[in-house]
Write a protein that binds this ligand. Sequence first.
Ligand SMILES: O=C(O)c1cc(C(=O)O)c2c(n1)C(=O)C(=O)c1cc(C(=O)O)[nH]c1-2
Length: 261
Amino acid sequence: MSAAELIAASATAPALDTTVPAAGLSPDGLEALLREIGARRYHNLHPFHKLLHGGKLSKPQVQAWALNRYYYQATIPRKDAALMSKMTDRATRLEWRHRYFDHDGIGDDEGGIVRWLRLTDALGLPRDYVESTRGIIPGTRFACDAYLNFVREKTLLEGIASSLTELFAPGIHSERISGMLANFDFIDDAMMGYFTRRLGQAPRDVDFALTYVKAHARTAEAQQAVADALLFKTQVLWAQLDALHFAYVEPGLIAPGAFRP
Ligand SMILES: O=C(O)c1cc(C(=O)O)c2c(n1)C(=O)C(=O)c1cc(C(=O)O)[nH]c1-2
């Protein structure tokens, strides 16, 4: 689907109603609502991703994506550390802590952030420039910081619910690996290492988070907060791609100081 077709489809799509009924939902009813939010709002639908996975971007545009996405990667373990500080129960912390180590690394595992830097290295971006985050666009910084602040400020249940976009991540990761390998001659298997690894990690993460949310959101009010948290998170992801599209696709207005191909 082209960007124009996507825009036309979204203009005529029926509204998404995420109101939880006053009597509340069953745990499976809540899961169905969350899956509906993902089906309608996840960033796999964003035109920028269609361009990326379809090989319709130039190498400098792919560099801009990888450079900006580094800030999301670097925010995730900070977010998970903030979330863990809200877990008064040791068993829950023990369940969650591998998510932190998945990104920062532990023992022989170098972790996701280093795997991401291997991608930016191979794309020709200097590591100190990437790690400094000097070149990211403002929209990336504000969206990622909003996610971190959301988790800091909201309840543990809302924080866990906001991670549930990962329910939909394995699909987009597979699409990205195969699409980018097939469509860009400057991408190879090693550069997709971050996503290949996530294919095994994300399903395990969401199993726990989804079970937790279904067990703990037992009132209509709590279920509404969960649905709202997931919606918020889809907006965190969407806003990053809107900003990238605006700066590096069209109209091509790059903020002062941001990476210029
Ligand atoms: O490539 C993607 O589209 C994508 C999306 C998401 C997501 O849905 O938030 C995550 C990831 N990747 C990812 O790699 C990752 O480690 C991750 C952690 C989280 C989270 O909210 O805790 N989301 C995501």
